[in-house]
Design a protein. Structure first.
Length: 324
């Protein structure tokens, strides 16, 4: 009786309703290792967003595939068990038009990518992701991809014949390397180092930042500067969870994601030069391939994509025109 007498309504609210006022946690998962561009991008975003969010919410970053690989993260975004992720190539397995960024040698440089983003991405591609329950807040970067392997320098597509090459989970990357003569096999990023080390795979292809941070140079002898694909990274949330967040929290997250793009691009550009030097210093043999030979071998990939994916031909033509 005495307890009831002294417990005021405000006190009862704290005891029994405290969870209603708990800070919202935004779980941000990605596959990048410490030191990668993905890690730097996610951490910078979290720092900026948390400074604005105050007690309303907190972005917590989980890298190194702690919350799952690329495909698992997309599924968890849809289910609402992960709040934010940074998919790249894997988006083409969710929405076919994202295969545009799987087309070899399409994106010339970051300025060209900026024009594609402005003129094509937000009007044509982003809505396709939303249909799948994925809302893209901003376009960041994974980077220009290059081939590493343990067998020989890759100068032309013919040099890839018989090479067991790990690729990300996306059918157009598989088709591309089949066209080049390799034996491509999709595999989770977290499994790649062991596959290279044990010889299950002869090689892989990734931007410098992913190669170096994952220590692939310890298991690979040759680095061929093919630059065959520029892969964006997409700061993405699950539409299901997004709808439950307060409007002011959503605005902060979306605005901050877009603001972070400049940091991402600057960090990527600086890293390209520094990391190539570090990979050479680690003992990798570096060569510059015949890109014209790779471009010629890429023609069937473009043709197949245009046939299989409705609306892709017009998007590719527009993207190419924006690079002139």
């Amino acid at each position: 009786m005495q307890l009831k007498k002294w417990l005021c309504p405000a006190t009862l609210a704290v005891l029994f309703c405290g969870n209603a006022y708990a800070q919202v946690e935004i779980k941000f998962g990605h596959v990048g290792e410490p030191g990668s561009l993905f890690a730097a991008s996610a951490e910078e975003f979290a720092k900026r967003a948390n400074a604005k969010l105050g007690a309303k919410a907190k972005v917590v970053v989980f890298g190194s595939s702690q919350l799952g690989g690329d495909k698992e993260l997309l599924q968890k975004l849809k289910l609402g068990t992960v709040d934010m992720a940074l998919p790249s190539t894997v988006m083409s397995s969710e929405a076919d038009l994202f295969g545009v960024f799987e087309m070899p040698y399409l994106v010339k440089d970051r300025k060209h990518m900026g024009r594609i983003e402005k003129e094509v991405f937000w009007s044509k591609l982003a809505p396709e992701a939303e249909k799948k329950g994925l809302k893209i807040l901003a376009v960041w970067e994974n980077g220009y991809r290059h081939i590493t392997n343990s067998k020989r320098p890759i100068n032309t597509p013919e040099d890839l014949k018989g090479i067991k090459l790990r690729v990300p989970e996306g059918k157009w990357r598989v088709k591309m390397f089949q066209a080049y003569g390799a034996n491509p096999s999709p595999m989770k990023f977290s499994e790649v180092f062991t596959a290279l080390q044990t010889g299950v795979m002869d090689g892989q292809e990734n931007p410098f930042t992913q190669i170096y941070s994952a220590k692939f140079q310890e298991a690979q002898k040759y680095l061929s500067l093919t630059g065959h694909v520029y892969t964006p990274g997409y700061a993405t949330v699950g539409a299901k969870k997004w709808a439950t967040l307060p409007a002011d929290v959503r605005k902060i997250l979306e605005d901050t994601a877009k603001e972070t793009q400049a940091f991402v691009y600057a960090t990527a550009e600086k890293g390209d030069n520094e990391l190539l030097g570090k990979l050479k210093a680690a003992g990798m043999q570096v060569n510059t391939p015949d890109k014209d030979a790779f471009i010629a071998a890429s023609k069937p990939v473009y043709e197949d994509f245009a046939k299989e994916v409705t609306g892709s031909k017009e998007i590719i033509e527009r993207a190419i025109a924006l690079g002139k």
